[in-house]
Ligand binder design. Structure first.
Ligand code: OGA
Ligand code: NI
Length: 355
């Protein structure tokens, strides 16, 4: 155990709020993890998010509709080698299969971003999640060598290649999303310069694990949230659990499709499109037969660049909705106001404060 968990060892109540359960040793859902979930009306499975082949001729208009209606879609012909998807899944599985005590060696520190631990949104909920995660920014050598002292290179190399491929895909997708609105990368200052070294994008890779759960009807993998990114690309293992909220319909499952990736619009994309694209509200449920895993890649602008609704999407009928923020500022707002974060950066609220 490292010093953080050490200091909380004698205080199980606090410990519970810092480290995930040792899920392997829990036969009954503890009260701390029991949520009150309302059974959903049955949804017609046919009406889920669109599956879009990027090579098909009408891909652009399908993308636009998907982003306006759902804020989420799945893609095929995305260019990520299937072998790499299998490799990252294998490494994710290898990490979460480690004994609980060993995973704690890479525990995320209270003011840190990377490493093993609870979902970052845990603070906003009184119940615990049936979830453990591992966050990566940059090359994961430090934490990986704590987990595998003699043997961390494979993990690091797979992660590095995955980050490289995902960055390329995310930038290609952002280009397509813009194009679908009649815009080009030229319309987004920082994005136009993204290939220059001094304009570095930011990204976060999040490995998610939802262990087999004895009482899935009362447990929550990841509660409803929107992503704070510009765009998120998610690879899910072959088990259902992800759901997206569709206005007027309810929670709709996003079933895994072999080889396809889930793309979801994040809060920053909602901001730059002046509300045209919807930041998808989604959650993850768990099940009692399969250990579900997912790998989420969050892409965003360089940390100190102000982003705001694009000029070409603002006119008399579509007034500017949001004030300029950097990703860093937005994350701070989100960390305080969570689901009210977008409300908080509304242009009106900003103007009111100026006068
Ligand atoms: C996330 C997320 C969903 C999933 O990591 O932000 O929403 O299916 N994950 O794991
Ligand atoms: Ni998410």
């Amino acid at each position: 155990m490292n010093s953080i968990s050490e200091s909380f060892r004698n205080n199980p109540l606090l410990l519970n709020h810092i480290i995930p359960l040792d899920f392997n040793n829990v036969l009954k859902l503890p009260d701390s993890h029991a949520w009150t979930l309302f059974p959903d009306p049955l949804n017609d499975d046919d009406d889920s998010i669109p599956l879009i082949d990027l090579a098909q001729p009408h891909a652009l208009s399908l993308i636009r509709q998907a982003c306006e209606i759902w804020g989420m879609f799945q893609v095929t012909n995305h260019g990520i080698p299937i072998t790499l998807l299998h490799q990252i899944e294998r490494q994710t599985q290898r990490l979460f299969a480690l004994p609980a005590n060993q995973k704690l060696l890479a525990l995320r520190s209270p003011d840190g971003f990377t490493g093993y631990g609870l979902a970052r949104i845990s603070n906003f909920f009184s119940k615990q999640m049936w979830y453990e995660g591992f966050t990566v920014m940059g090359y994961p050598e430090q934490h990986a060598s704590q987990l595998w002292p003699n043997d961390h290179t494979i993990f690091c190399d797979v992660i590095e290649e995955y980050q490289r491929e995902m960055k390329e895909l995310a930038e290609k997708l952002i280009g397509l999303l813009l194009e679908s609105l009649g815009l080009t990368p030229e319309d987004v200052n920082w994005f136009r310069n993204i290939h220059h070294h001094h304009h570095h994008h930011q990204d976060v890779l999040q490995l998610n694990s939802y262990p087999v759960c004895p009482d899935p009807g009362r447990a929550m993998g990841l509660p409803p949230h929107t992503d704070s990114s510009l765009l998120t690309v998610l690879h899910q293992s072959n088990a259902t659990g992800l759901q997206v909220l569709r206005d007027g319909i309810g929670w709709v499952p996003v079933h895994p499709v072999d080889g396809a990736l889930v793309v979801n619009v994040g809060d920053l994309m909602h901001i730059i499109t002046n509300g045209r694209f919807k930041s998808a509200l989604h959650r993850a449920l768990v099940n009692n037969t399969r250990h579900r895993m997912s790998i989420a890649y969050f892409y965003g602008p360089p940390r100190d660049v102000k982003i705001s609704p694009l000029m070409k999407l603002i006119d008399f009928d579509h007034p500017n909705m949001y004030r300029p923020v950097t990703w860093k500022e937005y994350l701070d707002v989100k960390a305080t106001h969570f689901d009210k974060a977008l409300e908080f950066i509304k242009y009106d609220a900003f103007m009111a404060k100026q006068f």
